[in-house]
Every structure is written in C-alpha cells, then in structure tokens.
Design a protein around this ligand. Structure first.
Ligand SMILES: [Zn+2]
Length: 237
C-alpha cells in the first residue's frame, strides 16, 4: 500500500489514471486516459482547475465521457463547471455522462444546464443512466459497472438513506482498473477488485467499526490486497 499523497498517478503503456484529489466532503477528481481518449471520473469541485494545470484546452475539450459513482457533492461538484467550460470553449461532438439510476443530482444539474443555456450548447450531451450491471464499451474501453453500498445521514443525524451508488471496472488492452467510489465493505467490490491490475479503494471511515457508509482502513486493505496494486483513497484528513 502506498500513502495517499495527491496526485496519484498510475500508468501501464497507453492506459493511465491520475487521481488529483479524493478527500471526503471536499472533493474527488480523476482523469482516465486510454490511448488518445480521455474520461473523467467523479468530477468534484476543482476538477477544471486540476485539468487545466495538466492539459491544454484542446485536450480538455477532447474529454468524451464522464463517469459518476454517486451524487454526493464531493463527487459531482465540478460537473457544472465542466459543462459550462465545454460550452464557452465550443466543444464539438458529444459528451456521455454515465451515472447510477436514481442519482437525482446529475439529472438536476443537466436539466438546469439545458434550461439556462438552451440552444447555445455546441456539443451534444448524452445522459446515460445505468440501470443494470451490463458492460459498456466506449472508445475501446470496456466498463463494467457494479452496485456498491453507500448511505447518507439525514437531518436528524441518525436516520440513513440509501444513495444510489456504483463502482466501475475499466479494461483497456489487457489492463484493468477497479474504482469502487464510496462504499461500505461489499462483495461486489471485493470480486471486482480481485486480480485487477489496479484497485482504487476508499477508506472513508474515521473509525475501525464496520458501517454502511464507508470502509475502515483494514476493510479497504483487505480488498486492496487482492489486486496486483492498490491505493487507498478518500481517507479522512
Ligand atoms: Zn459519498
């Protein structure tokens, strides 16, 4: 296991991932590159700043797909910025946004964006709601979504509700990267991570007891160790 110091960069041949940030309640931001293709995963606040520090405008505009694990602000806070940047900078072509069924945040951001900028958006947004766990292929990358377990506390700070949440396993040219998003310990993540070339596993619990929101460090490590390499992310600071 490597200490979480951002950015985290992992590369195999033409397949790479850069985790700019993954801090609970603050922001996540991940760039995946497969050959010439660029995907963004969980664009939290600051994603545009981080992309801009790394890539030129042409490269940022070439981002074709966004993958959302769930609607919490630290995973979607930068979506509006990206959509608006693409509009102002005149992105061409299309943008796919993959998100879990029931993620009202993404649909609300999209609806507001379309309402505000109607008829002035130069690119096409394809909202891709994921309702099952079938594999998807985009730009020669195979993406296998899998359900994970994540909850949130309501105002009383006691009652919890389920947050529609997914992890994704990305495969490109015989390399696999498994990213679980935010999740409690669950079998779906354990089996997706097993044997992956890289597993990115959250350890968002600030205690060692199991719960249904996040994993403890030891739970996260027990999954991470089954992959060839792993990083723990989303560790409380
Ligand atoms: Zn979350």
């Amino acid at each position: 296991m490597k200490l979480t110091k951002y950015p985290i960069i992992w590369r195999r041949d033409d397949f790479s991932i850069k985790i700019y940030c993954s801090i609970p309640n603050i922001a996540t931001g991940i760039l995946l590159q497969a050959g010439e293709n660029k995907f963004v995963i969980d664009p939290g606040d600051g994603i545009l700043r981080d992309l801009n520090s790394d890539l030129n405008a042409v490269s940022i505009l070439s981002i074709s797909d966004i993958f959302i694990t769930h609607g919490h602000h630290d995973h979607v806070g930068g979506v509006w910025s990206l959509l608006t940047y693409f509009r102002v900078m005149r992105k061409k072509g299309h943008l796919n946004i993959f998100y879990p069924n029931g993620c009202v945040e993404i649909e609300s951001i999209y609806n507001a964006f379309i309402k505000v900028y109607a008829n002035t958006i130069p690119y096409k947004i394809n909202l891709k709601k994921i309702t099952d766990q079938k594999s998807i292929t985009s730009k020669r990358v195979k993406i296998k979504p899998f359900k994970v377990i994540h909850k949130e506390l309501l105002q009383d700070n006691l009652t919890k509700r389920v947050v529609p949440s997914l992890g994704y396993k990305f495969s490109f040219e015989n390399q696999t990267i498994c990213y679980g998003g935010d999740t409690a310990y669950c079998d779906s993540l354990a089996s997706a991570a097993k044997g992956s070339d890289l597993a990115i596993i959250e350890a968002g619990n600030d205690h060692e007891d199991s719960d249904d929101m996040h994993m403890s460090i030891s739970e996260a490590k027990s999954i991470g160790k089954t992959a060839k390499e792993y990083y723990l992310v989303h560790v409380p600071e």
